[in-house]
Write a protein that binds this ligand. Structure first.
Ligand code: C2E
Ligand code: CA
Ligand code: CA
Length: 596
């Protein structure tokens, strides 16, 4: 993985323990050898290596050491406490031994516990088990004490190197990686992701006026603030600390992985920064507000290696600090695109409150009689700046930002309102089909929301159809079946939209609670161009009829298409040939007829 120094040390340590035990058993003629270390946090005694092990014996020893009641009574605990060797030359008759019978069964007749001491500190113990009584005489003990000292020295050495390694690669204040480790990690990411085509952003973040915090509250408080900022950053960024580093006194860097596009990144960063900076930090008795500036370089656009990405992100940060912007991209065009996108999000948010959304209506006609059978509501945004904006320009953004729920709810209410208004004014009823986004359908409260919208009037359910795209329904068939069923029970009809693009399996299709199937425009278009296309549409129509659904052809633009569809037995059609989607008043004047 990244920098293996720490791992290497850890494996060196394990090797030292294992080798020591092995050599003791093989060359010292012991029954078993074991090294236990004291866990600095819990103070528990943990066996870390054994050799010549007798499984039953080892299990019992481990049990004994993990019992909070018995562990302090063991010879091992004694050796740790008193920092001296504990020698037992006859395990059967020594009162201090707790596992007489087990030792007897395992053939252990004498044992020694040697503390591993460095300076004033006992790190652990080295325990040797022999199968003769009186094994540990003076000369043997001198030799073994020397060995224990060597092991202790080795451990101490490894600990020190490890600490140096830590300081070489990590920032001791925040625990995050430092710049050199970060650059290595970034290089790793960069070199393995050239092929995947997804963008990564390198964001260098600077805390504004950090120096004044330092001057006012002192070094300790400033360090505490840095730690808290680091924590919040990591938390806001999803919790994976390896993507963060501290690269200067008040400077952090973050890699954001796998962005679809840079426009998305703007909103993402804004959210994380808000999560980090919105709430003030309490440092000692003080409350400190933190604001930040961010410079961003995007891989691969702004650099192909960690050094140049870092350099360019720093250059962008410099610009951000000189500007009024909270974050600036290295590439100016990128900054502009992101700023535009954020501004658009802002205007869409306002659009809801300002009632800038409107529904346009496109009639559906019976192919044979040419009578109107229904109407589809299609949303538009009446942007004061740009005029009428088509849904393809803003629905994806509403979905990304979650605003779709509110706008979707509005569309359903507005359609019902228009329907009831037309009824009240004496027009013949036409059911209005409203498009539903994937996110709305997946929302667990969707059905009850519809139920609530219908409650305004007993006639409302007869005026609503929901159009749901085929691909969406197929994502989770069982769930879709339940939701669609519940919606139909409310008296609302269901149309499966864009049919033919979602790869439905036939068995699922037959189980879906629905009324209408809408053939996607692309098939209607191909129908009169290739024989293959004709066959496809013909098949879809017979399929729908065999399942007793109504079929609507979308996007009918020519007389030829109309005639072909009629000859194939299609029920209804919709398209520019009859009418473009038009504002409510226009629709009313052109297509609604008075009853009675
Ligand atoms: P859709 O549901 O497939 O709607 C049909 C689209 O085809 C509409 O585009 C309509 O204006 C267009 N169209 C109709 N007849 C013809 C034709 O003869 N030729 C051609 N070339 N196009 C035709 P529009 O209004 O731009 O809507 C695009 C998509 O936006 C809709 O596709 C629908 O998925 C989505 N949408 C519209 N309103 C809403 C809404 O209120 N909520 C949600 N979630 N999505 C909506
Ligand atoms: Ca539709
Ligand atoms: Ca459609």
């Amino acid at each position: 993985s990244d920098i293996n120094a720490l791992m290497v040390r850890a494996s060196v340590r394990a090797e030292l323990f294992a080798e020591t035990c092995r050599i003791a058993v093989e060359h010292g003629n012991f029954r078993m050898a074991m090294i236990c270390m004291v866990d600095p946090a819990s103070k528990a005694i943990v066996p870390v290596a054994t050799s010549g092990k007798d499984d039953d014996l080892l299990i019992s020893v481990k049990q004994l050491l993990s019992s909070s009641e018995d562990a302090p009574k063991t010879l091992i605990a004694g050796a740790l406490r008193e920092k001296r060797a504990m020698v037992v030359n006859d395990t059967q008759f020594d009162q201090r031994v707790l596992l007489h019978k087990l030792y007897y069964d395992a053939g252990v007749r004498s044992l020694v516990v040697l503390p591993l001491v460095v300076g004033e500190q006992v790190l652990g113990v080295f325990v040797l088990y022999a199968n003769e009584t009186d094994f540990f005489h003076d000369e043997e003990m001198k030799l073994l004490s020397g060995l224990a000292d060597d092991v202790a020295f080795g451990i101490d050495h490894i600990n020190k190197v490890e600490q140096l390694d830590y300081l070489a690669f990590y920032d001791a204040t925040t625990g995050l990686a430092n710049q050199s480790l970060f650059l290595e990690r970034l290089q790793q990411i960069v070199s393995t992701s050239l092929a995947d085509g997804r963008k990564k952003a390198i964001c260098v973040l600077d805390i504004e006026r950090f120096k004044s915090v330092n001057d006012a509250f002192g070094r300790k408080a400033a360090d505490k603030l840095l730690r808290m900022v680091a924590q919040r950053l990591v938390q806001a960024g999803g919790g994976d600390a390896t993507r963060f580093a501290r690269v200067g006194a008040d400077r952090f860097v973050i890699v954001v992985l796998d962005m679809e596009n840079a426009e998305q990144l703007g909103g993402y960063i804004e959210q994380r920064l808000n999560a980090t900076c919105d709430e003030p930090f309490s440092v000692g008795d003080h409350t400190v507000r933190v604001s930040v500036k961010v410079g961003i370089a995007v891989f691969p656009d702004d650099g192909m290696d960690s050094e140049s990405l870092m350099r360019n992100a720093e250059a962008a940060l410099k610009k951000a600090k000189a500007s009024g912007e909270r974050f600036v991209f290295f590439t100016e065009a990128m900054s502009e695109r992101v700023a535009e996108r954020l501004a658009l999000e802002g205007r869409l948010r306002q659009a809801i409150g300002r009632q800038e959304f409107v529904l346009h209506y496109q009639p559906k006609l019976n192919l044979a009689t040419r009578e109107m059978t229904g109407v589809e509501a299609l949303i538009r945004w009446n942007d004061p700046q740009a005029g009428l904006v088509p849904p393809s320009m803003f629905i994806p953004i509403l979905e990304e930002t979650g605003l779709i729920h509110e706008v979707g709810r509005w569309a359903i209410r507005k359609a019902l309102e228009d329907y009831l208004c037309w009824l009240d004014r004496g027009f013949a009823a036409v059911r209005i089909a409203v498009n539903v986004s994937a996110l709305q359908l997946r929302n667990r409260g969707f059905v009850s929301e519809i139920g609530q919208a219908l409650r305004i009037d007993g006639r409302a359910a007869g005026g609503l159809e929901l159009e749901i795209t085929e691909s969406l329904v197929m994502e989770d068939v069982q769930y879709s079946i339940e939701v669609l069923q519940a919606i139909r029970e409310l008296g609302v009809t269901i149309a499966i939209d864009d049919f033919g693009t979602g790869f439905s399996s036939l068995s699922y299709l037959s189980r879906l609670p629905m009324d209408t199937l809408k053939i996607d425009r692309s098939f209607v278009n191909d129908m009169t161009v290739t024989p293959h296309g004709l066959a496809l549409v013909s098949t879809i129509i017979s399929l729908a009829h065999s399942l007793e659904h109504t079929v609507v052809a979308e996007g009918v633009e020519t007389e030829e298409q109309w005639q072909t569809l009629q000859s194939l037995g299609c029920d209804e059609m919709q398209g520019f040939l009859i009418s473009r989607p038009v504002p409510g008043e226009v629709f009313e004047a052109r297509y609604l007829s008075l009853t009675g």
